[in-house]
Design a protein around this ligand. Structure first.
Ligand SMILES: Cc1cc2nc3c(=O)[nH]c(=O)nc-3n(C[C@H](O)[C@H](O)[C@H](O)COP(=O)(O)OP(=O)(O)OC[C@H]3O[C@@H](n4cnc5c(N)ncnc54)[C@H](O)[C@@H]3O)c2cc1C
Length: 446
């Protein structure tokens, strides 16, 4: 099996090197963001051209080995690497090209959010995406993509105009609302199930100034902080987004305003008086700073587990579960995070894209973070238990991008039976052998 992959790669006409164990860069290139995902692929290729991607896909298909596709390497369960298979690492295909006349940007399939923001923001534009700049555009977009600009401008997929994609046959196609529309429906939430995206085309939006308030409250005041936050957040316009992180060291609240600057203080200040004991305040925050201010907290190579879900609002029951979970946290960086959704995300009908959960008010995460392998079991157990408790207060649907567990139930539960069947039919048409199966997998079914 292994020889057949190496043989196939050696005759595939690749312009890029094939990196195998023993190569000086093997350990560097096999690393992914989550330190838990320490895998030993048989070979890693880093395409320099779209033809390299096509040839590598054909080599993987003909040899029958496991294939992992890597964009930014941030898959929480480590789905962009594998043992004994081929990794197609897209990180050299990360160009970003703005078309000012049409207010669009084209982004390579290996770009990071920071690459995108550093191209668009200085020109006064934004594409709504995630909140950590070292996350990959590809994985994030294909699952949906939510962040600070989502209430104003929607999910990342809502700004997607089209994508160039290498299919399981190695053939290349374009997909948009008018060209291969079913595939376009599927890649807007269906993850990497249908092929390798080599290029995305996004609509740009006007970037307005951002003012943020950031406060930390003592953990003893969690109940009052979270219930007041909920009540005050309900009345806000889509220029406003709030998130919180609850951990043993306190409750961090971040409120971001991207509307009329004259209204910023009056809108944001109430989030600094949710309860007694706040430290922090307001600041004008350049968008690039906002997008990267937590990069270090989510550094590469620490150990992570995540379980997430949607709330329609922050219920009293969820608040009690959060308080209980923090009290039981086995490590200081065991957190519960939530970000406000709604606004433009909910303008799009749920059946318009594969992404499921448009009516949610919040997305929450149970996310333990730790450093020692010896703590794996207890931290993951805490993450799962907290996730189960918070799921009790959750609504149907889920976000495939932020799940630390894998297995066929993850995608089925996330999309629900109707959408799952539609995705499974598309998968059967485009990837009947399930070559692209290292993802929250949709099993091909006519
Ligand atoms: C620190 C951190 C912060 C995050 N913040 C946010 C956030 O704010 N908002 C949000 O919505 N999500 C967020 N996420 C979740 C994130 O969207 C997913 O982890 C996503 O999969 C990361 O994409 P990637 O390209 O970096 O991942 P990778 O691990 O490279 O890829 C993940 C999967 O995407 C697919 N894939 C990757 N590249 C391609 C490609 N070019 N073509 C086809 N398929 C491909 C593959 O199936 C792969 O298994 C965050 C994750 C992390 C770890």
């Amino acid at each position: 099996m292994s020889n057949s992959l190496l043989d196939a790669l050696s005759t595939a006409g690749l312009l890029c090197p094939v990196i195998t164990a023993g190569h000086q860069d093997y350990d560097r290139y096999r690393r992914v963001w989550n330190g838990i995902a320490d895998r030993l692929p048989l070979a890693i290729v880093r395409p320099q051209t779209v033809e390299d991607v096509q040839n590598a896909v054909r080599a993987a298909a003909s040899s029958g080995v496991l294939l992992a596709v890597r964009g930014g390497g941030h898959s929480i369960p480590g789905l962009s690497t594998c043992d004994d298979g081929l990794v197609i690492d897209m990180s050299l295909l990360r160009s970003t090209i703005i078309d000012d006349d049409n207010q669009t940007v084209e982004v390579g399939g290996g770009a990071l959010l920071g690459d995108l923001d550093r191209t668009t923001v200085p020109k006064g534009y934004v594409v709504p995406a995630g909140v950590i700049s070292h996350t990959g555009v590809a994985g994030l977009t294909l699952g949906g993509g939510m962040g600070w600009a989502s209430r104003k401008y929607g999910l990342t997929i809502d700004s997607l105009l089209g994508a160039e994609i290498v299919l399981a046959t190695g053939d290349i196609t374009w997909t948009s609302a008018t060209w291969n529309p079913e595939l376009f429906w599927g890649i807007r939430g269906g993850g990497g199930n249908f092929g390798i995206v080599t290029r995305f085309k996004f609509q740009l939006h006007a970037l307005t100034g951002t003012i943020a308030g950031q406060w930390t409250y003592p953990v003893e005041n969690a109940r009052q902080v979270l219930s007041s936050l909920r009540d005050r957040a309900r009345q806000q316009s889509r220029d406003f987004t709030v998130s919180f992180t609850a951990s043993p060291s306190g409750i961090n609240v971040t409120a971001v305003w991207s509307g009329d600057a004259g209204l910023a203080r009056a809108t944001l200040s109430p989030f600094g008086t949710l309860a007694e004991g706040a430290s922090g305040g307001l600041e004008n925050l350049p968008y690039l700073t906002l997008q990267s201010r937590n990069d270090v907290a989510f550094a590469w190579s620490r150990r992570y587990y995540v379980k997430g879900g949607f709330w329609s609002d922050i219920s009293d029951q969820a608040i009690e579960h959060i308080i209980q979970a923090i009290a039981e946290a086995p490590a200081p960086d065991c957190e519960i995070y939530a970000i406000q959704l709604g606004g433009a995300v909910s303008d799009i009908p749920d059946d318009a894209t594969a992404y499921t959960g448009r009516n949610a008010g919040y997305y929450w995460l149970s996310e333990p973070i730790w450093d020692n392998m010896a703590d794996d079991d207890k931290c993951i157990a805490w993450g799962r238990k907290t996730g189960r408790l918070l799921s009790d207060a959750s609504i149907i649907g889920n976000y495939v991008n932020e799940q630390g567990d894998t297995g066929s139930s993850v995608a089925r539960d996330a999309y629900g039976p109707e959408k799952y069947q539609r995705l499974a039919r598309l998968k059967a048409r485009l990837d009947p052998a399930n070559l692209f199966r290292l993802n929250q997998n949709i099993e091909p079914q006519e």
